[in-house]
Design a protein around this ligand. Structure first.
Ligand SMILES: Cc1cc2nc3c(=O)[nH]c(=O)nc-3n(C[C@H](O)[C@H](O)[C@H](O)COP(=O)(O)OP(=O)(O)OC[C@H]3O[C@@H](n4cnc5c(N)ncnc54)[C@H](O)[C@@H]3O)c2cc1C
Length: 429
């Protein structure tokens, strides 16, 4: 173990949408901030799992309204400047399609301009918690273990590794249910005029199923990504436990076999005859794993009713999309009222660890609410709120609601479901 531990105000674990939102939110709130990521790039699912569609940034409808701005808006602006984002477009909900390489570059940039210190290839393996607060974390690199001290911490690891290693209260899934995982797959070699409707692909999969090759999903979003013009689909799915290397290893191997079988079928579709696998993953996409048990939980009824909370710190706008292992299909229930629900500060503060904040898919929602608030657009928003709150905690020993809301507004975040910006136009089909 390294002898002198560095001290930070805020330490963020995990560099996906939630972690980047958190780190930038904290650094902009005058906190010396460290962002630790186990992979060699930022982006989380958008770069490591080929999930190239940012959902939750807009309400659904013919004239969608922005529901998340702040850090996400800066990211989107920079992506558009290099051709790395297209849309908004609609399939069930309204989303942006992004290029993974552009995401890597832009997130490096956004962190650098905010003064975030970023450590890549650093895997968090332990944490010390006493008297109800986390004191330090340990990460490993090829030199061994290193300790880092912090005043406040954000768990944006998706798997809630930080909370779990610290001994904070967590749970796996919700009420015995867990979303399916899916191997995001990008196909190259598809002609410009190829048939890309989800219905055509589903019909081809139904027709092309061969005995002995267990294909899981029949239905997926099918969409071209910017820059490469490759086509992305989320098909090969598996039931596994993302905490367990043995379990996820089986899923990876079986998912890759499925991806090749899907490719054979996709080559029967007009314009897709020369398709090839550009990328599988690189890793299986886990929709759900552990959650941090927080002071409050967003419930299905809150999403259905478009709930308002006096301590709102972010807005959710995506449908409750639960991917079931029984049906191999997913629900999609939109937020009620004006298409958004508010997310309260209590849903991102650990129930038993005062200086621990839970961002992105680590945040606290029940089975169906969690299946909405997990998406990357919303993860940027809960992340930014966690970062601002963690910086407040580091400075004052307390994350006071009014102050957190004030700073989030100053940072351009949307937190009031009754005060959405003007609608944007969807391109005509
Ligand atoms: C197949 C699939 C399709 C999806 N479709 C969409 C979609 O179309 N649109 C959408 O918006 N969302 C979609 N989602 C959901 C979305 O991808 C996730 O919910 C979202 O990425 C959550 O963001 P996050 O930042 O919380 O977590 P992640 O993106 O998972 O990021 C977590 C980060 O933490 C890092 N990490 C983990 N453990 C450690 C550790 N111990 N030490 C250091 N770093 C660590 C990881 O490497 C990763 O970079 C989909 C998910 C899947 C699996």
């Amino acid at each position: 173990m390294q002898s002198r531990a560095e001290q930070f105000d805020v330490v963020v674990v995990g560099g996906g949408a939630a972690g980047v939102g958190a780190a930038v939110g904290a650094a902009r709130n005058r906190a010396r901030t460290l962002l630790i990521e186990t992979a060699g790039c930022l982006g989380g699912a958008a770069t490591l799992k080929s999930v190239q569609t940012y959902c939750g940034l807009f309400t659904v409808g013919e004239r969608p309204r922005p529901a998340v701005l702040g850090v996400a808006a800066r990211v989107v602006w920079k992506l558009r400047a290099i051709g790395g984002a297209a849309g908004p477009m609609k399939f069930r909900g309204v989303f942006l399609v992004v290029d993974s390489e552009a995401v890597k570059l832009v997130l490096d940039d956004v962190c650098a301009e905010a003064g975030v210190e970023v450590l890549l290839h650093a895997h968090v393996v332990g944490a010390i918690r006493d008297s109800g607060v986390i004191r330090s974390i340990t990460y490993h690199d090829h030199n061994g273990g290193h300790e880092v001290l912090g005043k406040a911490f954000v768990d944006a690891s998706g798997e809630c590794d930080l909370a779990f290693f610290a001994g904070a209260a967590t749970r796996y899934g919700n009420h015995g249910f867990i979303n399916l995982g899916t191997l995001g797959t990008r196909f190259g070699g598809i002609k410009p005029d190829a048939e890309l409707s989800a219905e055509t692909w589903t019909a081809a999969i139904r027709k092309g199923r061969v005995d002995g090759i267990p294909l899981s999903k029949e239905r997926s979003l099918v969409v071209r990504v910017p820059l490469s013009n490759d086509v992305i689909a989320y098909l090969a799915s598996e039931v596994y436990d993302a905490r367990d290397a043995k379990s996820i290893s089986r899923a990876e191997s079986s998912g890759r076999r499925q991806a090749w079988a899907y490719l054979d079928i996709i080559r029967t579709i007009r314009g897709c005859e020369n398709a090839y696998l550009a990328v599988t993953g690189p890793a299986f996409g886990t929709r759900e794993s552990r959650h941090v048990n927080c002071m409050q939980q967003v419930k299905e009824v809150d999403v259905r009713g478009g709930a308002c909370f006096p301590d709102s710190i972010a807005l959710g706008a995506w449908g409750m999309e639960f991917h079931s292992a029984e049906t191999m299909d997913s629900t999609f229930v939109l937020p009620g009222r004006n298409g958004v629900y508010e997310i309260p500060l209590g849903a991102v503060i650990s129930a038993d660890t005062a200086n621990l904040f839970a961002a992105g898919r680590a945040a606290d929602g029940d089975q169906m609410a969690g299946a909405s608030l997990r998406v990357m657009g919303t993860a940027f928003a809960t992340g930014q709120a966690c970062g601002v709150a963690a910086a407040q905690y580091a400075q004052t020993g307390h994350a006071e609601t009014g102050e957190v809301q004030k700073i989030l507004r100053e940072q351009g975040a949307l937190i009031d479901g009754d005060d959405l910006p003007v609608p944007v136009e969807l391109p005509r089909a």
